[in-house]
Each structure stands twice: as C-alpha cells, then as structure tokens.
Design a protein around this ligand. Sequence first.
Ligand SMILES: Cc1ncc(C[n+]2csc(CCOP(=O)(O)OP(=O)(O)O)c2C)c(N)n1
Ligand SMILES: [Mg+2]
Length: 883
Amino acid sequence: MELEQIETHEWLESLDHVIHRGGPDRVRELLSELQDHAHAAGIKLPFSANTPYINTIPVEEQPTFPGSREIERRIKSIIRWNAMAMVVRANREEEGIGGHISTFASAATLYEVGFNHFFRGPTEDHGGDQVYFQGHAAPGIYARAFLEGRISVEQLKCFRHEHHPEGGLPSYPHPWLMPNFWQFPTVSMGLSPIMAIYQARFNRYLEDQGLKKTCHEKVWCFLGDGETDEPESLGAITLPAREKLDNLIFVINCNLQRLDGPVRGNGHIIQELETVFRGAGWNVIKVIWGSDWDELLAKDEDGVLVERMGEVVDGEYQNYIVRGGTYIREHFFGKDPRLLKMVEHMSDEQLEKLRLGGHDPEKVYAAYKAAVEHKGSPTVILARTIKGYGLGEAGEGKNITHQQKKLNEEELKEFRSRFGIPISDEDVDTLPFYRPDENGPILKYLRERRQQLSGYVPQRMTRSKPFPAPSETLFEEFYDGTDGREVATTMAFVRLLSKLLRDNDIGKLIVPIIPDEARTFGMEALFRQAGIYSHIGQLYEPVDKENLLYYREARDGQILEEGINEAGAMSSFIAAGTAYATHGINTIPFFVFYSMFGFQRIGDLIWAAADMRTRGFLVGGTSGRTTLAGEGLQHQDGQSHLLAYHYPTLKAYDPAFAYELAVIIRDGLERMYEKQENVFYYLTVMNESYVQPRMPEGVKEGIIRGIYRLRNSNKGKASMRAHLLGSGAILNKAVEAQGILEKKYNVAADVWSVTSYKELHNDGLSVDRWNMLHPDSKPRVPYLTQALWDSRGVFVAATDYVKALPESVHKWIPGRMVSLGTDGFGRSDGRRHLRDLFEVDERYIVLAALHCLALEGKMEPETVKKAMIDLDINPEKVDPIAG
Ligand SMILES: Cc1ncc(C[n+]2csc(CCOP(=O)(O)OP(=O)(O)O)c2C)c(N)n1
Ligand SMILES: [Mg+2]
C-alpha cells in the first residue's frame, strides 16, 4: 500500500515536471502515448468524456472584464424588474394569460453579457450575428428593447395582448408578428438548435459560393437544459463538428429545471451534456461556479471540494437554493470535516449567496470570449444558473417556478429591494415600468455599448433587392409537351431545375436540397452539373469517377445533400429561404423529399418556416397514394396536401403535367422574388411516366388559381352531362373515364384539371367572408364557381389524396358532386391494383358519374347496376378506409 502511494507520488511528480518543462502539448502527447501503450498491452481503459465538475476556464486564464460591472448590473436589474412586471401585469389584466418570469430571471446575465459585449448588429459590411433567443425568455428581450427605446411603454403594457387597439407584444419570438424585430421563431423547443446549426452551415455555404463574406458573423443559440431532451436539439450536433463550424455557439442555460421539476434530479445534466458534446467533437466550456467559489477552490488542495461538487446530484443542488445556508452547511459541506473547516469563517447567509457561474458576468464574459476566439469547432457553453433567480420565496429554484406568473405585494417589494429598483413602497404594487433618466449614465452606457457593436439585436431587415423572374423562354419547352414521349413530372421537374441552375441570372442563387434521395428522383445528373457542397472539397476519388454522373463533391458545389435527415434539410431550406432577410441575398431553395416524410414528419419546422416568412419551393417526390407503387403504407402519401392546408403562407399544388409545373414555378419565382411576397410553395411530383401534353391556350390563370378546363366533351348535345375533376396522376384516369362515359353511356363529360384544392378553398372562404361582411353589396363569386358557372350536370372529383380535399370545396360546386380519394392505409402493390383498392381509377370515376346522374333522376338505378357488372366492380369489396 505504502509502495503504491510512493509510486503514485513519483508519477505525479514526473507529470508536474513535464507540465512545467514541456507545457500542455507535451503533456497531451505523453498521456496519449501512455494510453496507447496500455492499450497495446491489452489493458482496457474506462471511457470518459467528462472533466471534473468545475469551470473549464481556470481563474488564472480569465480575462479582465472590460465593462463597468456596476452600470451593467444596474441595467440588468432594471431589465429584470420590467420583464417581471410585464408578465405580472398581463396576468392581472387577464387571469391565465400566461407568460414566463423564471426563464429570463435565470438567463439575464447570459443575455446581458452578450448584449453589452458580443452580439453584433447588422451593418452594410457586417451581416450581424444571428441570435436565437430562448422563446420563454422573450419578456427579458422586450424589456431590454424598451430601455433601448425600440419598444414603447404601451407595448409593454399590452404584452400578450397583441390585438388590443394600442398594439401589444406577442408572447414569443415570431417574425411573422414582428417582422422588423424577431428573426427566428424559437419557442417550439428543439427547433432553434437544429435551425441554428444549419444556419451556421449555410453562412459558410454562402461564403464558399462567393455570394457573401460571412466569416465574421456568429450564430448564437440559447436553449434550456430541459430543451436538450428534444431529439432535434442534439440530433444534428455531429454536423457542425464534422464541418468545423466555429461560427456556431450554443449557450445552454443549465438551471437544472424544466417545467415540472428537475431535468436530471438523480444525475447531472451538465456532465451528461458535456459527454454528448465532447463526444461529438465540440469545444465545451462549463461555467458552473461564480467568482465567490474561487477562493474555496484555491484552498482545495486535496481535491475534496471538487469531489463533493461532482457527487451531489442535481435534485439535491436544487435543495441548496430553496432551503438556504444552514442546510448547505449541513448537507453539502457537512459531508467531510475538511469541507466544514473550509467555510467555518463564513456565515450561513454568505453560503447562501455564493454565486453560480451563469450569474457571474466575469465568468460568462470569459466563456463567451473563449468561444468567439475558438477555432476549428463549434462551442457549447454549459452555464449553471438558478431558475427564477431573484424571485425568492415566490419561486426561486422551486418546482413551481416555471408557472409562476403572479407576485403579491410583499414578494414584489422583496424583488424590488433585491435589485435596487427606485420604486417606492406605495407604488410597488402598481408595477410601474422603470426607465432611468434618458441622459443619465445608465442609458448612455447601454446605447454606447450597442453602438460599439454596430446596432441593436434582435433586428430583422429585408435588404435584398427584387429581381425579375426568368423569362418565359426558359419554360417554353415544358409548355410544348413531350411530343409522344412518356415522361414523369419528376423528370420534367429535374430538367427544369437543371435549366434554372444554368441560368446566367439566377443560376447561382438556386439551392437544391436533398436528403439522400437524389437517385430516387433521378436527380443524380445534377451531381456532376452543380456539384455536392463540401467545404473541404473531395478528399477521395469517387468509385464512380469514370461515370458521367459521378458523385462529385466540391467547395463550390451547389447541392446540399443532407443525408437521411429531413429535419436538417428543412433547416437548410429555412436558412436559404430567409437569406433575403438575414443576409440580403435572394437564394432560392428547392428542397426535394419523399412526400410522405415531409409534412407529417417535420411539420413543426415547416410551421416555423412560415412564421419566418421563408420563401422557396418544397417539392414532394414519389407522391400520390396510388402513384407510388409497391412501397406500402409507410411510404404512400395521400395526406400531405391536406396537411398543407394549415400553413397560412404556403401555396400547395398537385400538378398533373409538366406545363402546369412550369407555369406554377415561374409564377412562384415572380411572386417571391420579383414581387417579394412572403409565400412559399409545396409542389408534388410523381414517378409515373406518361405523355406530357402541350399546354392548351389560355389556361395559365386557371393553373395558378387552381382549376381549368382541360377537355371539352365531344358530345355537345347530350342530355346527360358530367364534369370530371382530376388532379395529379389521377387526371389521366379522368380522361379515360371521359371516353367511357361518352362511348358507352352517352354521357357528355368535360375534364377539368384541379391543380390546387387549397387555392380554391382559400379563395372560396375569403369570398364567403367578404359577402358576409358586405350584406348590401353585390355578392362576389368564388373562382371555382365562376369557372364552372355554365357547367350543367353532375360533378366527380378524383384525387390521389384524401377525399377531404375535394370535399373542402364542395359548397362552391354548382351541382351534385361525389368525391373519390385515397383515404386509408396504402398497400404494397402496383398502380392498377392500388387504384382499384382505393376506387380512384377510370371505372370508379365512371360509376360515380352514373350514380350522380341516377340520383338526379337522369338515369335508372338498374342501368348503374348493370354498368357495375360491365366495369367489373364488386359492391362488397373491402372499404379501403376500414381495411
Ligand atoms: C416542443 C415543445 N414542447 C413543450 C413546450 C412547453 N414548454 C415550454 S417551457 C418548457 C420547459 C422548459 O425547460 P428548459 O428547457 O429547461 O428551459 P428553462 O425555462 O428552464 O430555461 C416546456 C415543457 C414547448 N414550448 N415546446
Ligand atoms: Mg431549465
């Protein structure tokens, strides 16, 4: 035993010697050699990515704090008060309106150090930093903007009462609602970290494409420790490490609590996150203990304090905040007489006030400085704070603190006194907002700091200039049709994309994004033409190098090939689709994905995209429940177009023909980039090959607005009339049904192409609304009704999506209608059988038309029954919605 001790001592002494003589690099080298040596001798070493539970930056390496601690503390205190007052007032005005006090209370120092020393505002030559604020901290960000003079007291008074006539403030960061202020919607937890990662990568992409110098811009993402449980928060963290994105900084506010209680009561969230991020290759900076602890740590020669710090679990740390100094002495330091001795000169009150790292501006400053200067990998700062800091009895560190929205008079007084807000006892309960003297030192300092950092943050500006959509000539070949050749709309789309990429004016701005599906959609030709983006180029010779379409990675490659990662690809889409505002560059993203894995998988990100006023094209490939054959129920998409209804700024189209697609894309480019409309597009393309016809005359408006007549009936004079509405690949079935109806049943049938039920639906709704609000005016007529105005007869609408789509426009159809659609689970089978199963083929379109005619009294039920035999339709077959 004694021998072992001597041996250990000798080894440590040698190491000290190396530290002294060789420095850290030599120590690392030596330890690594030792490790390899032990490994070679068959010794298994336990893996640990953790460092001790102390600050990463030792006190000796801490830079001097450059600002005025006192003034910054005053600013922060005032912001704390106003942020709290905003929430309490809102809830007094309306019980239950909500809002959060405790999140910002814990994060105030983390933000204020950023605002006073780091976050750069946008200027002509510097795009500014992109800061993702934690959504629940919004009151604090508003409170600062109030001091900056950017938000009025009336607005503060109407926090969470946005629709008040005097104008208020939204609960959380929403660019849709405050387009000159918020840049990033962050409140659906987990989205901001993944969006920030791809934003940082997109910034690098812009630079590599020669579109903008972005190397001085940092992406800061603030998130909660509870938020890291969202798969999106950690799911993409290997990418920025792999791509060495040192422009990215995560700040995780580790207050150890989430909404209901502790994040890891029985464990250590900071240590867990350290492992995860270090394992992924990030630079991890832990900011756990404030300066008050430095002296104690300096005394900790045998490491007993550090050991104690590391063994206490988070749930117990929470007790120290709630139960106070006596408890801390007894339960934390009381574990070991050496620890007790260390603090014997301190009172219980002093123990209680020992500050944590995330509340200490000097520690936070040191971490941020190290982060912005760090090269070669992204940085995460794990900052230990107290949830509800400053709320005292009202909720500091308590499990209820997240929900605390009210403070009584005593609690308000305590808060006021703790932060030294000059509001009298008489006034405190009226919760006045406090704003110091306009020309006094506090506001002067605050303004000067922001000037130094070149302007206010957050700030959203649209600096891009409109540019004209490409001329019609680029699209003409698609208007002409394929002259008898069978081509799928996907192929037509790829050809169009490839032409756009080659266009002299906008080619450079096109950003094709794809999650490992390029070959599925026949897009591999673009590998060669546009190249796959890789900051470091291609370090290997691709196996298919001799192939014309080889897998070509290049620094100026334009395609973002994101791997099997729809959420990441969508985040790239958002970054590219908002670059017109974030960077003043009109990049045009085309994100092509398996349509089934779009809306239902990443719908929340698409919602965030809409909130952010994103522009661009989402393209759902292999779409249509019966058009994608063989793949079965987890691939066959019959609902994305219905899901697309809910996104207010999204235009959704289900084109059947190449010319429709071309007209829609050209219109989209014109709207989004020439007219600068804040819309984006969802287009479905299919893999069924058929002849692409020439565009009929005069149909462009109909294509864009949602419906046009494709084919007139040949039977002008027939007494029985039907109108067949088809979309996507099913439109061809309507055309076939037209022939059968005319030939066999003497029914005159017109065929209509419905390119967008959503457009028709929205138009119908807005016309109805207008009519309701203008009872004495001449009623307006929805576009759908106008289009079908002189169409007598019955209507059959057939789609490869759920029946809810045609049903959604039913009331504007001037006659009896039956909807055919693909409600139910898909199957692994070919198109013919799938269309039989879902009852959307030409036979069922015929049957539906005859059925309607019989209901109208124009045909005998017997005739319909006989037709069913002719059409080989079994009335007792399985109902696809149930089977
Ligand atoms: C996707 C999602 N799920 C749930 C919520 C509701 N929610 C809001 S805040 C919160 C707890 C936040 O805890 P943490 O991330 O630790 O942040 P803190 O407030 O502690 O800083 C929850 C569950 C949400 N906003 N988003
Ligand atoms: Mg938390």
